[in-house]
Design a protein around this ligand. Sequence first.
Ligand SMILES: [Zn+2]
Length: 272
Amino acid sequence: MKIVYSEKCLRFSRAGHPESPERVAKAADFLKEKGYEFMEPEKCRKEDILEVHSQELVRKVGEGNFRSMDCPAYEDIYEYARLSVGGAIKAAEVNGFSLMRPPGHHATRERLGGFCYFNNIAVAVEKLDKRVLIVDIDRHHGNGTQDIFLGEENVEYVSLHGSGFPGTGRKSEQNCHNHLFTSTVKDEEYLEVLDRMLSLDREFDILAVSAGFDTYKEDPLASKIQLTTQSYRSIGQRLAELEIPVFCVLEGGYNSQKLGENIHSFLRGLEN
Ligand SMILES: [Zn+2]
């Protein structure tokens, strides 16, 4: 699978923020060493973003005119956020993996939050105009993606997540299928639930994966979901068994030393 990546996404940071350039830079180095083919994304158009976000949010991010603990108003964040959306769009075009930041799945139609400014995967899915299954394996519920696609006929959203931020996704609603883990969960139970969640009686043209790796057992944002590196390979295999063309967009995953290895394990499962 091709990796969609630009070093430009490393150019914004704030000391101590878990969503750091290092996590993605180290992952890129690791995947380059493993021989993956890399390609550069282009910035998306403003019109693309406006398909899923309000004028007001786009204006705020464009002007850097917002206050958020999680989402600093970095200089030129509008340009970086557009490039990250462009990464998701490119990944959808080439069936690749967008290894870009900032992440996206917490950005709702109206609001940024949880390290996310624009919802990268949502813009890419909206642009496809196909029957899309979105599977979100990030440790946090993709409240933004659910907000954007709730009730949308052509899209089904499946998410497995833990409790805590953002506090949504406690139950399934319409086309959004949520599983909240409330106690400690390891590989075996996680995979059982994933199997159940993926048994949807419906056909899709494409699978879009919100690929978060903060479910890793040694993630600095520790949670009750404690998966091993090996489990990502099994998750990838389960998704491959759906036999639908696939693209992936990086969400969370804050263990800089292990992110590349976990992505590699996932892609091995997805591609075999
Ligand atoms: Zn997350």
